[in-house]
Design a protein around this ligand. Structure first.
Ligand code: SAM
Length: 240
């Protein structure tokens, strides 16, 4: 019987090894190949065994060749893990969809992780079910998402978002400062809108900004940041 060359596509949390689930650890441990970005690999460094496993670091540029090469080198019955920061099901589909193509849908197991979005929700006390959740961290077009953002804020919803760092082309850069300006220019009173920005969540370099959206104009934050617009009205079961 021919065994598949199985791929684990694994969310390993936003940075702290404490946020790596046991399911993720198990997948990493049984893999012959582990292919990931530098920051993501650092999160699981303590779980990998570089002497026994082949650990390959990729960049946006090199990843296509490496994924294809690993797939060709793998023998039947071998496992490969591609770890992703946070949850693999949030803001990663441009790569995940390609992995599904290369390895074949049925040979891939997706293991969810704790997203930076969930940690930001926990810290700001903005439940994900009361928020418009959106990622601008994509290479595709974001104009429709920008419209939805304005609408959500005008509708009184809270927002949890990942901004888009694009320092080499500032027309595509959509970080906290650009977001604040964009909302103001689209008729939102940003001086009364509560904002949070969390940088490097769950790491020992974590920082938290709290203030109003207007205060974000002109401020710079790390690429590794999540933003919350807080319009939550707390409502307990005693009211129902
Ligand atoms: C390609 S997206 C991946 C999101 C990831 N799948 C998740 O669920 O958190 C990369 C962006 O996630 C956010 N991010 C990931 N880890 C983070 C952390 N530790 N602190 C703050 N933001 C983080 C940043 O906005 C970063 O630029």
């Amino acid at each position: 019987m021919r065994l598949p060359r199985k791929l684990f596509v694994v969310g390993v949390g936003p940075g702290s090894p404490l946020c790596v689930t046991d399911a993720a650890k198990e997948a990493v441990k049984k893999s012959k190949y582990i292919v990931g970005y530098t920051y993501t690999l650092a999160t699981i460094e303590g779980i990998m065994d570089r002497k026994k496993q082949q650990v390959l670091e990729v960049t946006m540029k090199s990843q296509e060749d490496v994924y294809q090469d690993v797939y060709k080198r793998m023998k039947d019955g071998e496992y490969c893990t591609v770890p992703f920061t946070g949850d693999v099901n949030f803001s990663e589909s441009e790569v995940v969809d390609r992995l599904l193509e290369i390895f074949g849908n049925d040979n891939v197991q997706i293991i969810p992780g704790i997203s930076s979005i969930q940690v930001a929700a926990a810290k700001s006390r903005v439940p994900t079910d009361k928020a418009f959740i959106v990622t601008f961290h994509v290479t595709g077009d974001i104009e429709q998402k920008k419209k939805e953002l304005v609408q959500a804020v005008k509708d009184g919803k809270s927002v949890i978002l990942l901004p888009r760092p694009w320092p080499r082309d500032l027309t595509k850069h959509f970080m906290q400062s650009e977001i604040a300006k964009f909302l103001r220019e689209n008729g939102v009173d940003t001086s009364k809108l509560k904002a949070w920005v969390f940088e490097r969540l769950t790491t020992d370099k974590e920082t938290t900004f709290t203030g109003f959206v207007r205060d974000l104009e002109g401020k710079e934050f790390s690429d590794l940041s999540a933003m919350v617009i807080d319009q939550v009205k707390r409502q307990t079961y005693l009211e129902f």
